[in-house]
Design a protein around this ligand. Structure first.
Ligand code: NAD
Length: 492
């Protein structure tokens, strides 16, 4: 099926759409009760296609298929190198279809094509290659024990992994779970977000083409109840969840009832600290990119800028000017930096934050809604917002930034650490000692110095506090899908 109608065709973005069915045990199936839901084009609001909505019967079928593939199939028993070769093949297939993948992700999420082709899909390929390479080094260790013995550890897969992913980076966050989970020898049931499941459907096709045995990767599209049924299912051994803090807390509580292993990667409210000694033009460019990237729908968004007082006014004015001029529009149009929000509810949430701020007397620079269809909003800058304001304390998840002044390093650290989140943070400074001192003091799973969102499959990220626990990427990301068995052979 190809999108050839309405604005999609007008703007030349005809993209082949994968079938909107579930992928269970190697087969494409409709939902058992026949339910489907519409997928909207965020740039037009028009229905693109419909996809199956999994119910409890489908969840059970998918877990059963994954269980069987883990317990009886070859995947967990292959050598790590054999599995690694399959993952290299996945990366090769992704590279061959990178353009199609990028266009599909832009269409589904509203991300500018300029980013899906240079950031999202290359990151997905990198992630598969990184874990394929890491496989060769998947080893246990020998240990010296007091008693005469030959003692060693084995690194074994955990079993059936439920991977539950959010709407904002569908392909990247699928890869950060699937690549290490599969590399480690687990089987997977994946539930992407209901708004943006299209790249996962393409993944299912590619993973099968790469030669993964049936049932190793199972895809169920659907909403919250499908996720909850997956979390509760006794056949699941581990839950890898990325999403909001509220849902993450529910998932962790529910998983505790059946003692499943859990990692929860949740919301963020990262502070970007600009010291007066920074290279100011670079720092401002970084600050703009940090809050408008992905239309602000980024757990690591630089949505709070803290600026040392001598340069505060200059930074506010520069951010305000950028908010007025950054190109907002059709994700397929050349030069567009900010696409639409991914869905009407996400847009409504951002609008309500801004309306509330304006009605309580806050200065809002930008934030207008352009005329016409689609879920667009211009970036907004809010200077002089109080630390206890909801705009500073809560995830807005849109292209909105607050700008607060500070005087001392201590005050910057106190403000930066003054929310319930702890996912990412950044600081812009030319002072090397300060860079290391402040990086150590910030409550965040990842800190960037003189930049923002400097991410790589080799570097772990994850949260503290309301941002959750667990780490993805790097060897830590692989460890999250392995358990250690000790074997001790008596030599006496
Ligand atoms: P969400 O919590 O609404 O949904 C995430 C996923 O959970 C979806 O697939 C959803 O269908 C599913 N779900 C909903 N209710 C469930 C339940 N009761 N049990 C099991 N699964 C359930 O999040 P979202 O709106 O899709 O994504 C945005 C959020 O994700 C933001 O808070 C953002 O910060 C966060 N996020 C975090 C990271 C990270 O790495 N820390 C990365 C990206 C996004």
């Amino acid at each position: 099926m190809t999108v050839t109608q309405g604005r999609a065709a007008e703007s030349g973005r005809a993209v082949p759409l994968p079938p909107g069915r579930l992928h269970i045990g190697g087969q494409w199936l409709p939902a058992a009760d026949g339910r489907t839901a519409p997928i909207l084009d965020p740039a037009t609001g028009v229905e693109l296609t419909r996809v199956a909505v999994a119910g409890p019967v489908d969840v059970d079928r998918a877990v059963t298929a994954a269980r069987k593939a883990f317990d009886d199939g070859p995947w967990a028993r292959m050598t790590p190198r054999e599995r690694g070769r399959k993952l290299w093949r996945v990366a090769d297939l992704l590279r061959a279809r990178a353009t199609e993948f990028a266009r599909l992700e832009s269409l589904d999420v509203g991300k500018p094509l300029a980013f899906t082709t240079t950031v999202d899909i290359p990151t997905v390929i990198d992630t598969f290659e990184y874990y394929a390479g890491l496989m060769a080094g998947l080893e246990g260790a020998t240990r010296a024990t007091a008693a005469p013995s030959f003692a060693y550890t084995r690194r074994e897969p955990i079993g059936v992994v439920a991977a539950i992913t959010p709407f904002n980076f569908p392909a990247i966050l699928s890869a950060t779970k699937l690549a290490p989970a599969l590399a480690a020898g687990n089987t997977v049931v994946h539930k992407p977000a209901p708004e943006t499941p299209l790249s996962a459907l393409l993944f299912a096709e590619l993973l099968a083409e790469a030669g993964l045995p049936d049932g190793v990767y199972n895809l169920i599209t659907g909403d919250g109840p499908a996720g909850a049924a997956l979390v509760a299912h006794p056949g699941v051994d581990k839950i890898a969840f990325t999403g909001s803090s509220a849902v993450g807390a529910r998932v962790a509580a529910q998983a505790a009832a059946t003692l499943k292993q859990v990692t929860v990667e949740l919301g963020g409210k990262g502070a970007n600290i600009i010291f007066a000694d920074a290279d100011l033009s670079a720092a401002i460019e970084t600050a703009v990119g940090a809050f408008v990237f992905n239309t602000g729908q980024f757990c690591m968004s630089g949505s709070r800028v803290l600026v040392q007082r001598p340069v505060y006014q200059e930074v506010v004015e520069a951010l305000g000017a950028a908010a007025a001029h950054v190109p907002v529009g059709d994700p397929f149009a050349e030069g567009v930096v900010v696409g639409p929000m991914a869905g009407p509810l996400h847009l409504a949430k951002v609008v309500s934050f801004l309306d509330e701020a304006a009605s309580s007397g806050a200065q809002v620079i930008g934030g207008q809604r352009p005329d016409g269809p689609g879920f667009f909003i211009r970036p907004a800058v809010l200077p002089h917002v109080a630390q206890d304001s909801p705009l500073v304390q809560e995830e807005v998840f849109g292209p909105v930034v607050t700008v607060q002044p500070f005087d001392s390093e201590e005050e910057a650290i106190r403000l930066a650490n003054g929310t319930r989140y702890g996912l990412s943070a950044g600081l812009q400074t030319r002072d090397v000692s300060r860079a290391h001192r402040v990086a150590a003091a910030l409550n965040a799973g990842i800190v960037w110095v003189n930049g923002w969102a400097l991410l790589d499959p080799a570097m772990p990220f994850g949260g503290t506090g309301a941002s959750g626990y667990g780490r993805e990427n790097g060897p830590e990301g692989l460890n999250a899908y392995l358990r250690t068995k000790s074997v001790v052979v008596n030599l006496a």
